[in-house]
Design a protein around this ligand. Structure first.
Ligand SMILES: [Ca+2]
Length: 174
């Protein structure tokens, strides 16, 4: 589970795992470590409530096969009472732009719990069909349906979507 002190808390490689799950399942975690995997929100909260953590996001472009990545300091997930909100500091680097814009501070949403910033609907239901930290709605979503929306945007005001083939979300204590 841990390589060079990086703990992978989400890994996506295949289309076999259903990410359209309810809140309780995202809280507890699901999947298989060797394939597709979600560690669980409660564990993320408990781990990041102590110490200082760095977040790393890796995505493999479907078209070229190139990997892009970015890292953020001060990764923290709030308690369930606070919606398991995602927090990072603004510092980032890597060969990827700042994809967390608009989702930093966002609460987690699932198909049965709409905590997003989109007042007219639920991001987790509108052809995304995965639980994630949605703002209004996202620059990147690593649990969304692969065929339509498993992708990231080049910029917040740009509708160009880059399709993703594989992805990892990782954390490391500093
Ligand atoms: Ca909403």
């Amino acid at each position: 589970m841990s390589v060079n002190n990086w703990i992978t808390f989400h890994h996506r490689s295949a289309e076999t795992l259903d990410y359209n799950r309810i809140w309780a399942v995202y809280k507890e975690g699901f999947g298989v470590w060797s394939s597709d995997y979600w560690l669980g929100l409660e564990k993320l909260y408990r781990m990041t409530s102590q110490g200082t953590w760095r977040l790393r996001i890796e995505m493999k472009k479907l078209s070229s096969g190139d990997w892009v990545s970015t890292e953020y300091d001060n990764f923290k997930v709030d308690s369930e009472a606070l919606g398991y909100a995602l927090h990072v500091s603004t510092y980032w680097y890597g060969n990827l732009h700042n994809i967390i814009t608009g989702q930093n501070g966002a609460k987690f949403s699932t198909r049965n719990k709409d905590n997003d910033d989109w007042s007219e609907g639920a991001c987790s239901l509108e052809d995304n069909l995965g639980g994630f930290w949605y703002g209004n709605c996202y620059m990147f979503c690593l649990t969304c349906v692969r065929g339509s929306s498993y992708s990231y945007r080049l910029a917040a005001d740009d509708d160009t979507l880059i399709k993703i083939g594989r992805s990892n979300m990782m954390m490391r204590q500093l």
